[in-house]
Design a protein around this ligand. Structure first.
Ligand SMILES: *[C@@H]1O[C@H](CO)[C@@H](O)[C@H](O)[C@H]1NC(C)=O
Ligand SMILES: *[C@@H]1O[C@H](CO)[C@@H](O)[C@H](O)[C@H]1NC(C)=O
Ligand SMILES: *[C@@H]1O[C@H](CO)[C@@H](O)[C@H](O)[C@H]1NC(C)=O
Ligand SMILES: *[C@@H]1O[C@H](CO)[C@@H](O)[C@H](O)[C@H]1NC(C)=O
Ligand SMILES: *[C@@H]1O[C@H](CO)[C@@H](O)[C@H](O)[C@H]1NC(C)=O
Ligand SMILES: *[C@@H]1O[C@H](CO)[C@@H](O)[C@H](O)[C@H]1NC(C)=O
Ligand SMILES: *[C@@H]1O[C@H](CO)[C@@H](O)[C@H](O)[C@H]1NC(C)=O
Ligand SMILES: *[C@@H]1O[C@H](CO)[C@@H](O)[C@H](O)[C@H]1NC(C)=O
Ligand SMILES: *[C@@H]1O[C@H](CO)[C@@H](O)[C@H](O)[C@H]1NC(C)=O
Ligand SMILES: *[C@@H]1O[C@H](CO)[C@@H](O)[C@H](O)[C@H]1NC(C)=O
Ligand SMILES: *[C@@H]1O[C@H](CO)[C@@H](O)[C@H](O)[C@H]1NC(C)=O
Ligand SMILES: *[C@@H]1O[C@H](CO)[C@@H](O)[C@H](O)[C@H]1NC(C)=O
Length: 800
């Protein structure tokens, strides 16, 4: 009897668990849910090749609850639908069968191409807890939706769309809402105060990158549960006293950067000991004048970004005790580092663009250190490695007053990937050990540009050299380019311009197939640039500057034929390794006598400058294949023969200088088709005949054509042979021949470049004036474009 009772109980337990286990399998989806889903599939526009869920619906199983992305309740109702990353496009209709799925609790339509507005029918899905429509191209307002009806909503993600209009206050008062993500849209207007109930659940509020304005509503600071408040990149204005956040005991992320706010310390009103422990604080561009005092008592801080403020004076010792792993104090007015600051090891320490003076030995240790654009004026101590961390990966100190020799102890920092000491007053030689550091394969950027270095470039580049950028421009280096550089198979930038290198053309560089920028300008190079045939090519070359040397001989055909990089416009360069994601190469480009430092190399920028050498022979027809070329300068050589008409194929060309050669014949008609040509110089040649009429060439002044054998026509004198003036109508006919389709096809970046660079190149006399005007615009286009200026008056160029 006992046994059978036990058995009975076991059987019951078994059948119960069996029932629970297979329950959902038996709950085949209900007919109306099935048909709603199928109808949804029919009405949605999606790419069948890129879809993994939708495309399979209805194929194998009739149980819609087993379809990919679908989750049902025990009763066979669809309660969760995940159609993210399905490449669905088009709008969502308010009559969509989606809204028949009334039991939905979770709906994820993120990462698609949904467009149009969000239909108000969403508010009928009363049981929704999670709604994710982020990363689509939805537009229109969201204020007509009855958000208040979605009283179960916990997570609402609408970020990265094109939604606009005001943000309805009802959102902030939803009783269950915890996480609200509205960033990266076009919401505008002010956010008024709203009633905050003590049961509010709101923990995350991300409204960043919108167009919100007015003051930050004080209601935000009454949301007791708030953990993350991210309001950056809007147009919020007014003054915000930091004492207002001290009641938000759970707050761990605060980002008010990039608004028009004046953030004040609230000193005196703050009890630093009871202040919330913030983990991430970003107050970039908040007009701060001092370090917020509450920072003294923070012990959980890992990201502290106070860059671009007006904080003056000494960096206090205690700021170094804030345990932040990322400390960004760049773009302030800091003058001094407390001597005892060097104890902590940070990951990122950015102090660039301050007024730090004195000794480089007072620096804090970090894996990434940026001391650029300050006034550090010490020598580099012989035990630099004991002041910096040995495991420093990136060390940037360009644009200071560092002097003396580069101590070999810097080579003890054996994890160094990027070393930039450019624009200082360093003297002595390039330490051989620094070059031998390439042995580890770590060092990828070595920039010593614009110093006073002498001697030769050490010939110790090692077998597994990982160097990508070697910039020694503007020093006084002598000797030859070391052959061991050929070991650096990843080299992209070689800039040794403006030195005293005396060598023949380094044909052996053609074994480095990654080379994009080669600058040998203003040295003592000599001889032909013709290289013996090899199957290695410099196919990625974009900028080749050989100007002002003693190169001679003909322009070699097969050499040019290998430059496929200039022949086709390329996409973005491949992603670089860690060091270079922050660090940008700098190269000086010369355009019509102007020297411009392109800090971020635009992959689209291409130029060939062979000027001021002794090249002879003819300009090659093959140069007409350099379709992506923007600057071509062959001036001041001894080139003879005709200008090839193929030059007219260089549709991106903005600057063409063939002056001071021995060119003969007519100017090819095709040159008139170069719509972006902003600078042209054909003067001092033997050209003759009529200047092609009715096109771009007419916009240049006499200077562009002067001192030729027999050129005539506008802007020079009328042609004798063509005494009678052409009829008026003829002229305007010619005028309408401008190929507008060509122009619109090329409008894009090149146009952007053109509108900025053109005035620079046009105006000879007003060049200086233009510099001052335009460099602000240049700053916006090329983030760190920087006028070449030997003095350290760089500050004048910075945006205020
Ligand atoms: C589903 O069936 C349709 C036709 O009925 C077919 O085109 C499609 O390739 C099938 N998809 C899968 C994932 O089997
Ligand atoms: C919504 O949820 C409530 C409570 O969980 C439930 O009683 C109701 O049946 C659900 N409604 C629908 C349509 O699923
Ligand atoms: C939303 O709720 C209001 C009452 O608060 C009701 O009048 C309205 O019909 C509801 N709207 C929808 C779309 O359910
Ligand atoms: C924004 O959404 C679009 C469209 O889905 C996507 O391509 C893009 O990568 C998203 N941007 C960000 C920053 O997530
Ligand atoms: C930002 O707001 C200020 C007023 O506070 C206004 O003058 C300015 O035009 C606004 N800027 C933008 C981009 O909306
Ligand atoms: C917090 O502040 C008080 C008073 O300024 C100070 O005595 C204490 O050491 C601080 N604590 C920390 C963790 O900084
Ligand atoms: C520090 O802040 C400046 C200005 O906001 C920014 O440009 C820079 O990239 C930041 N530095 C790092 C290392 O993120
Ligand atoms: C470096 O630290 C020493 C000792 O604290 C101090 O006297 C000196 O002024 C500091 N130098 C700079 C540039 O901060
Ligand atoms: C380097 O400059 C320092 C002064 O800054 C000077 O004393 C030293 O003689 C110079 N060395 C060389 C090799 O020019
Ligand atoms: C470079 O350094 C390695 C050790 O790191 C050494 O073995 C090698 O001899 C050095 N090369 C030269 C050319 O000095
Ligand atoms: C051409 O390439 C092949 C294989 O990559 C190589 O074996 C050969 O030596 C190369 N020839 C020249 C002249 O570089
Ligand atoms: C130009 O060519 C002529 C012959 O065509 C020659 O006499 C003269 O020397 C050349 N001038 C230059 C600068 O090469």
């Amino acid at each position: 009897m006992e046994i059978s009772l036990q058995l009975f109980l076991i059987l019951i337990a078994f059948s119960l668990s069996l029932h629970l286990k297979i329950g959902p399998v038996w709950s085949l989806c209900l007919e109306d849910q099935h048909s709603s889903l199928l109808k949804l599939k029919q009405t949605l526009i999606f790419n069948h090749a890129l879809s993994s869920k939708l495309v399979s619906w209805g194929n194998s199983s009739t149980d819609c609850c087993s379809w990919a992305g679908v989750t049902c309740s025990g009763g066979g109702h669809v309660i969760d639908l995940d159609l993210s990353h399905e490449s669905i496009s088009g709008g969502i209709d308010s009559s969509s069968s989606l809204f028949n799925l009334q039991h939905l609790q979770g709906l994820n339509l993120a990462w698609n191409l949904f467009s149009g507005s969000i239909p108000s029918s969403f508010s009928t899905l009363k049981n929704l807890t999670d709604l994710d429509l982020s990363n689509n191209i939805l537009s229109g307002q969201i204020s007509s939706i009855h958000w208040e009806n979605l009283s179960c909503l916990v997570n609402l993600r609408l970020s990265n769309n094109s939604l606009e209009g005001i943000i309805p206050l009802s959102l902030f008062s939803l009783p269950s809402l915890k996480n609200l993500y509205l960033q990266r849209n076009r919401f505008f207007g002010q956010i008024g105060d709203f009633p905050v109930v003590s049961s509010s659940q709101l923990a995350t509020l991300d409204l960043s990158s919108n167009r919100l304005e007015g003051s930050i509503p004080s209601s935000f600071f009454k949301l007791q549960g708030l953990q993350q408040l991210i309001l950056s990149s809007n147009n919020f204005s007014g003054t915000l006293d930091l004492s207002i956040i001290q009641k938000l005991g759970n707050l761990f992320t605060l980002d008010l950067s990039f608004n028009h706010l004046s953030v004040e310390d609230g000193f005196g009103n703050i009890d630093v000991t009871s202040f919330p422990q913030i983990q991430e604080l970003r107050l970039v561009s908040c007009k701060l004048r001092k370090f917020p005092s509450f920072l003294r008592n923070q012990s959980a801080m890992s990201v502290l970004d106070l860059s671009d403020n007006q904080i003056e004076g000494e960096i206090p010792e205690w700021i170094c005790d804030v345990p932040s792993r990322y400390l960004n104090l760049s773009h302030n007015l800091l003058t001094k580092i407390d001597g005892s600051c060097g104890r902590r090891l940070l990951n990122f320490l950015d102090l660039h663009s301050n007024l730090l003076r004195g000794d480089i030995t007072n620096v804090t240790r970090a894996k990434f250190i940026d001391y650029s654009e300050n006034q550090l004026n010490s020598v580099i101590p012989t035990d630099i490695d004991s002041f910096l961390a040995r495991n420093t990966v990136i060390f940037l100190a360009s644009g200071n007053y560092l002097r003396g020799v580069i101590s070999e102890s810097i080579c003890n920092m054996s994890y160094l990937q990027v070393l930039d000491l450019s624009r200082n007053f360093l003297n002595g030689t390039v330490p051989w050990c620094l070059v031998n550091m390439t042995q580890s394969g770590f060092l990828s950027v070595l920039n010593l540009r614009r110093n006073n270095l002498i001697g030769t470039i050490p010939d110790t580049f090692s077998g597994n050299c990982g160097l990508q950028t070697l910039n020694l421009n503007e020093n006084s280096l002598q000797g030859k380019i070391p052959k061991s550089l050929a070991n650096c198979k990843m080299l992209e930038v070689l800039d040794i311009g403006n030195n005293r290198i005396s060598d023949s053309f380094p044909c052996w560089l053609s074994t480095i197939s990654t080379l994009r920028i080669l600058v040998l300008r203003s040295n003592k190079f000599y001889g032909s640039i013709e290289c013996p045939m090899s199957n290695a090519t410099m196919s990625l070359l974009q900028i080749v500057d050989l100007a002002s040397n003693k190169f001679s001989g003909k322009l070699p055909k097969n050499f040019f034929e290998s430059w496929t990089g200039i022949m086709v416009a390329k996409d973005e360069a491949p992603a670089k390794i860690i060091g270079q994601t922050y660090y940008k190469d700098t190269v000086t480009v010369t355009m019509k006598g102007l020297e411009i430092d392109l800090v971020k190399i635009l992959t689209i920028f291409t130029s060939i400058d062979f000027s001021c050498n002794n090249f002879e022979g003819e300009i090659l027809e093959v140069m007409g294949e350099f379709q992506a070329l923007i600057v071509l300068n062959l001036s001041h050589n001894s080139l003879a023969g005709l200008i090839p008409s193929s030059i007219g194929n260089l549709h991106c060309l903005e600057s063409l200088d063939l002056s001071s050669n021995n060119l003969t014949g007519n100017i090819p008609q095709q040159l008139g088709g170069l719509n972006f040509l902003a600078a042209l110089n054909l003067s001092h040649n033997q050209l003759e005949g009529k200047i092609p009429k009715g096109n771009q060439l007419q916009t240049f002044s006499e200077d562009s054509f002067e001192d030729n054998k027999g050129l005539c026509g506008f802007p020079l004198r009328d042609c004798e042979a063509n005494m009678q003036p052409p009829p008026q109508g003829n002229n305007s006919n010619d005028g309408t021949k401008i190929e507008w389709n060509l122009i619109s096809a090329e409008v894009g970046f090149v146009f952007g470049l053109a509108i900025v660079i053109l005035p620079l190149m046009f105006m000879k006399r007003w060049r200086i004036w233009y510099y001052k005007r335009v460099d602000r615009v240049l700053f916006r286009i090329f983030p760190q474009l920087d006028q070449r200026s030997r003095n350290h008056g760089r500050r004048a160029l910075r945006t205020p």
